[in-house]
Ligand binder design. Structure first.
Ligand code: NAD
Length: 344
């Protein structure tokens, strides 16, 4: 049966980069059905700021009926009474507990760096639980909720990834010397899960040390899975993205037991929106990963290989990675190579 995915273009550069992704998938003859829906703060503003959510009911209904979704970046207005982030809402609603960001360098962009590891971020709780309390005019607290059940399902998915891709080491990032209870549970569950994967090595690194290790010697993490709680890994994976060369290159997936959401790691980049400047790579690679999830893995392989070729050749790349091409030209170059690779 044909699989179904909802596609939401989002805000800022979202429509440009998602159009790129759609063009590549169409030219590669994707068979899965794509259903287009609105989401984000721009449609919320257009509709008169009336709704409590950036996700219209119609979109939610389509999501309930789909196998997966693609979400372009969305703007989250940082005001207490504005709706909750689209990404956080969908991760929590569909229990997409593992936000996965592979970190891999491209030869041309970082000739002296060779990175290949994966970041696993718990995506349903932690400091993103949404529990904030205003105690007085001058004080507020945020609750960092950590539960054994949610740690366990997330950590197991990291171990399963390691097993699938033959990685031998798991690195748990905590601040257990200070956050003794919350990170205590997280670390205990890492140790408990390791018992089920006895061949896997497990190490713990505190978040502050991890940050400097990533700057001075990131290669030490090659062939390993880095795992952490929600906010810690959001920050660590962005730090790692900086080493790769541009946040515009980092693709990601949010996986649960029966649904997945694919997206770029970057945001809506409002300052370059509508200028044909955004790097479409992260969105195109996330779309290719979605094609694999929907059962069309030949498309994923062709697109990944084509994108790498375009970036390393540097004839049609965007300015964030040293080129002078626009979003659309880079997309067209990826299309040409991806189609060639599919014909072989
Ligand atoms: P951002 O990722 O949008 O931008 C950070 C920097 O990276 C900017 O200089 C931007 O121009 C650049 N950049 C981002 N994507 C790029 C691309 N594809 N090509 C070239 N350059 C690119 O982060 P921000 O400025 O912190 O956030 C802007 C908005 O995005 C906020 O409203 C934030 O809430 C939202 N956001 C959404 C998501 C998501 O939808 N998952 C993730 C992060 C931020």
């Amino acid at each position: 049966m044909t699989k179904k995915a909802v596609v939401m273009k989002g805000d800022g550069i979202g429509p440009e980069v998602v159009d790129s992704m759609l063009k590549v998938l169409k030219e590669c003859n994707l068979q899965s059905e794509l259903i287009h829906c609105e989401v984000g703060s721009e449609q919320w503003e257009r509709n008169g700021f009336k709704e409590k959510s950036y996700i219209p009911d119609k979109t939610m209904e389509a999501l309930d009926d789909a196998d997966a979704c693609f979400k372009g970046p969305t703007t989250t207005i940082p005001k207490p009474d504005a709706p909750k982030s689209v990404a956080v809402t969908l991760r929590q609603k569909f229990e997409l507990y593992s936000n996965i960001r592979p970190i891999k360098t491209f030869k041309r962009l970082t000739p002296n760096r060779n990175l290949d590891f994966v970041c696993f971020r718990e995506a349903t709780e932690g400091l993103y639980s949404g529990i904030e309390v205003q105690i007085s005019d001058d004080a507020a607290i945020a609750i960092r909720q950590i539960t054994r059940k949610n740690c366990r399902r997330f950590i197991l998915s990291g171990f399963q990834w390691a097993k699938k891709y033959n990685l031998k080491k798991m690195t748990g990032i905590t601040k257990r010397n200070i956050l003794k209870k919350t990170d205590g549970i997280f670390w205990e569950e890492l140790e408990n899960c390791q018992k089920e994967f006895p061949n896997m090595e497990l190490e713990e690194i505190y978040i502050d040390n991890m940050s400097q290790q990533l700057v001075i010697n990131p290669e030490q993490f090659n062939n390993s899975v880095l795992l952490s709680t929600n906010l810690f890994m959001d920050i660590i994976s962005e730090l790692a993205s900086g080493i790769v060369g541009s946040i515009g290159l980092i693709y990601s997936a949010n996986m649960g037991d029966s649904f997945a959401m694919f997206e770029a790691a970057h945001g809506s980049a409002p300052s370059i929106a509508g200028q044909n400047k955004a790097n479409p790579t992260a969105t195109i690679l996330a779309g290719a990963w979605m094609a694999e999830y929907l059962g069309e893995s030949d498309i994923k392989n062709a697109i990944f290989s084509a994108t790498e070729q375009v970036i390393n050749e540097n004839k049609a790349t965007t300015s964030d990675i040293g080129g002078s091409a626009g979003t659309t030209q880079m997309t067209d170059a990826i299309v040409v190579y991806a189609k060639q690779k599919l014909r072989r």
